[in-house]
Design a protein. Structure first.
Length: 138
């Protein structure tokens, strides 16, 4: 579906910009800020759901395209969307004062430690996926 293609590019681009240019997890409580926790939560959920849906319904690039090419063509943007969703959801989870122990918290800590490189990777994935939509692994 072309809507998922557009939504994936949009979510990955916005998430990448927020992670790279953001102020290292400082979430403001104001209503009209891009660092609002509600905006982060909605973006995280939307990115993760879009990534999962892209895995379930890949874009067909032609009648003669092999099924494997269709799956691999959306693999990296879908994985990037899922990771972006996890980063934002873990960021909200940690800012709300939840308990910090266990395996889930270690995964969240490791994801949040690499905010800047993840932001660069998400922006690059969104840009390359927008320019070259029919590449095998993008």
């Amino acid at each position: 579906m072309i809507q998922l293609y557009f939504l994936s590019i949009l979510c990955n681009g916005i998430a990448g910009c927020l992670l790279f240019f953001g102020n290292d997890g400082e979430i403001e409580k104001t209503q009209v800020s891009i660092n609002n926790p509600t905006f982060h939560l909605v973006l995280g959920i939307l990115s993760a759901v879009t990534g999962i849906l892209k895995l379930l319904s890949p874009i067909s690039y032609g009648i003669n395209a092999a099924r494997g090419v269709l799956v691999f063509g959306d693999l990296i943007p879908a994985a990037a969307g899922i990771v972006a969703g996890l980063v934002f959801i873990f960021g909200i989870y940690r800012k709300e004062g939840a308990q910090t122990s266990g395996e889930l918290d270690r995964i969240g800590t490791n994801l949040l430690a690499f905010r800047k490189p993840l932001g660069i990777g998400l922006m690059a994935t969104a840009f390359v996926h927008f320019i070259f939509g029919e590449i095998l692994f993008l």
